[in-house]
Design a binder for this molecule. Structure first.
Ligand code: SF4
Ligand SMILES: [Mg+2]
Length: 456
């Protein structure tokens, strides 16, 4: 634990590193903005462990290291907002939603990762973006960015930029952003605005106009106190431009829609009320494969829903070629009494393979190679299964149950052999998945259940 963390834990007077020295060039606006972020945090008196600063690439990428009492991480160019969005969603849904996420990004990063900003605004995640806009790429040599004003001289526009710049505030207004402000780096109330943005319960962006003294002064008559007038014939609007009270934070909206996490004792998030018992002793991973159009993924889905009806947790991952209706179709299903945080299957417990396309894909994914002596392999009798450690059970699945019933019958056979779930639960779940008005289809699945129960 750093000295700063100990010092800052109660009534922090600064969130900056002890003896922090700003590494920026003389006169650079980064000094003011970074200081204002610290002042905003002090004003809000946030618990340091509840603050996460995510930085981008560029001179702004040096900011996170200055704040060593809070969580921080340095990310790839333009992607900082996407990383912070992920952290925020995890915090608001899986944890206690106490984290305040701050992104520090330059105009270059904002240009590269523009859609991440749009997406974060649309979601309304609790992320505050502090956009250091000095109208060019500073660290990489003063090149033009999408934020460079018309006529702006940069190293790549030596005769002046001819492309109108992005107006990020207008753009994000279009994405329904909750809080938007534009300030200049030397505004005396900059820290207050950043504090208001951080306190806003949802997405906020503060665009701060500033000077790169290293490159912007070459050829431009730009001055720090006239930054809003940097574009000829236009004065940019400054101040708080949007502060919506009616937007619901993404985490709150999600938890309202999917209250399952709080109520797992009775109702699963799928809405299924567990009614049967399972006999799971450990997490069980199924890999099921066949040919596209032969109901492989649907059959895997019946397994998932049945597991939930029997009080277990379940995940399903599907795979097929780019062309959805040709070639192989594969599903991985994990079922467990405990919550499933890792949905991968390293060693399959059950393999169900019902066509040559399925065998080929399983071979290429190394499924047989990863099987061990306790892996149960249910295969159609027509198939050649590569040598592997698993126990192979060959059955006339395609002949007996038709190609579109083979995967379902294979899954039922495995469930019956292992005894992990009651077949009765499949009987209840199938008509609900097949849907009303498709009685014939339901009946065909129910007859497969009867057949497997009494024969395979
Ligand atoms: S290169 Fe420009 S943006 Fe980077 S620290 Fe120097 S003045 Fe600031
Ligand atoms: Mg820049």
């Amino acid at each position: 634990m750093s000295e700063a963390l100990i010092q800052n834990t109660e009534n922090p007077k600064t969130f900056l590193k002890v003896d922090a020295k700003f590494p920026f060039c003389k006169g650079c606006g980064h000094h003011h903005i970074t200081q204002a972020i610290n002042d905003a945090l002090v004003k809000l008196q946030l618990e340091p462990s509840h603050v996460n600063i995510t930085s981008d690439i560029g001179c702004v990428g040096l900011v996170d290291a200055l704040f060593d009492s809070v969580h921080s991480f340095h990310t790839t160019h333009g992607r900082s907002t996407a990383f912070a969005t992920g952290v925020e969603i995890a915090d608001s849904i899986l944890a206690d939603s106490k984290l305040k996420n701050i992104v520090v990004i330059g105009d270059g990063g904002a240009m590269i990762g523009l859609l991440h900003l749009v997406n974060a605004a649309q979601l309304n995640v609790d992320v505050t973006v502090v956009l250091y806009n000095n109208f060019l790429f500073g660290m990489t040599g003063g090149q033009n960015s999408s934020f460079s004003p018309v006529d702006f001289i940069t190293t790549t526009t030596p005769r002046g930029n001819i492309i109108p710049p992005i107006d990020i505030i207008t753009l994000l207004e279009g994405a329904n952003a909750g809080y938007l402000a534009r300030k200049t780096a030397t505004d005396s109330d900059l820290a207050d605005t950043i504090a208001e943005a951080i306190a806003y319960p949802g997405f906020a962006l503060v665009e701060i106009l500033e000077l790169c003294t290293e490159y912007a002064l070459r050829g431009n008559s730009i001055r720090g106190n006239k930054l809003a007038e940097v574009a000829p014939g236009k004065v940019m609007e400054l101040g708080v431009i949007a502060n919506k009270k009616d937007r619901v934070d993404f985490g709150d909206a999600y938890k309202t829609k999917f209250p399952g996490r709080e109520t797992t004792k009775g109702t699963k998030s799928s809405g299924i009320v567990p009614k049967y018992e399972n006999s799971l002793k450990k997490k069980v991973g199924f890999v099921i494969a066949g040919t596209a159009g032969e109901r492989v993924q649907f059959s895997a889905y019946t397994l998932v829903e049945t597991a939930v009806l029997a009080g277990a947790n379940a995940t399903q991952k599907n795979d097929n070629p780019v062309t959805q209706g040709t070639g192989f179709s594969l599903s991985e299903v994990v079922i467990s009494r405990d919550e499933i945080f890792y949905t991968g299957i390293d060693t399959p417990d059950v393999v169900v393979v019902v066509s040559e396309d399925g065998v080929m894909e399983m071979k290429s994914q190394g499924v047989f190679r990863r099987a061990n002596e306790s892996t149960l392999i249910i295969a159609d009798e027509s198939l050649e299964i590569p040598e592997c450690a698993g126990k192979i059970m060959r059955l006339p699945l395609r002949k007996k149950y038709s190609p579109s019933g083979a995967a379902f019958a294979g899954i039922l056979t495995a469930v019956k052999a292992t005894g992990i779930l009651p077949l009765e639960a499949f009987r209840e779940i199938v008509p609900t998945i097949v849907g009303t008005g498709r009685q014939k289809k339901s009946e065909s699945y129910l007859s497969i259940i009867n057949e497997v129960e009494h024969n395979n």
